[in-house]
Design a protein. Structure first.
Length: 256
């Protein structure tokens, strides 16, 4: 199944099955080494309930459920927020994270998504990353005058529908110069999705309209999801929970 944990399937679980589901998603660091009997014991259910839970969620059995959860959660974070996003080309994730860590990054968005890019920009700036944020008028001028810098290692674009003209043009321009394109979107049918090297695709609810003036959770979840990604990055790079002092020293040095 494409979406690892579908909310509509979760809602159809019995109370015992939901207890199994809750346990495996909250104990990501240990479940890979637990047997079915241990899961059943820890959730006060039975082995049959554990297997039935996996099958109701669309998997062949317990092992496939655990494999999918462990692999997706390791990449997308140990939080239910990560379940709302799918990835394109996740094999490039570590390479692109390294680019963001050490390279020069451009950020771009239009309309409501501009607030998300501004948040990401300030967050990365506080962490000492080499980032620049641009809006539509500036990029239109840069493109028309062919003044886009050639030394961006990657560009991060937030575009819910991926149909805007300038994000596509700027992505194509930089990609031809060797930059990696990172996209946060909810539309996998756009040209922007097709050319992006790494995509975090938000799974829209059926009742969410493509009209921006209607309520949508895309923008809120994108910020929350970025925080999960950033937390995962910090934990891996700085052993965040164990070596907070190292992180503080690094941030203080970057702000000097």
């Amino acid at each position: 199944m494409n979406e690892i944990l579908n909310e509509s399937l979760i809602e159809k679980l019995t109370e015992n099955e939901k207890r199994v589901y809750s346990y495996v998603t909250k104990n990501i660091r240990v479940i890979e080494n637990l047997k079915i009997k241990e899961i059943a014991k820890n959730t006060f259910t039975s082995s049959a309930t554990v297997i039935r839970t996996a099958k109701k969620l669309g998997f062949k059995g317990y092992k496939e459920l655990i494999y999918k959860i462990v692999n997706k959660k390791t990449i997308l974070g140990c939080n239910i927020i990560g379940q709302r996003f799918d990835m394109k080309n996740e094999g490039q994730l570590n390479e692109i994270i390294e680019l963001i860590d050490t390279g020069k990054i451009m950020l771009y968005a239009e309309g409501l998504a501009s607030a998300i890019v501004l948040y990401i920009y300030k967050k990365l700036l506080l962490a000492g990353k080499n980032v620049e944020s641009f809006n539509s008028p500036i990029c239109r001028l840069m493109l028309s005058n062919h003044e886009v810098n050639v030394d961006y290692d990657a560009i991060i674009i937030v575009s819910r529908l991926g149909k805007e003209d300038i994000p596509l043009k700027i992505a194509e321009y930089l990609k031809n110069l060797g930059s990696k394109v990172i996209l946060f979107t909810s539309n996998k049918k756009s040209k922007l999705y097709d050319i992006a090297d790494l995509v975090f695709e938000y799974n829209e609810h059926d009742d969410e309209s493509y009209e921006n003036y209607y309520p949508t959770q895309f923008f809120g979840y994108t910020i929350l999801f970025f925080e999960e990604l950033f937390k995962s990055y910090l934990e891996k790079k700085y052993s965040f929970m164990k070596k907070k002092s190292e992180l503080v020293q690094s941030l203080e040095k970057s702000l000097e």
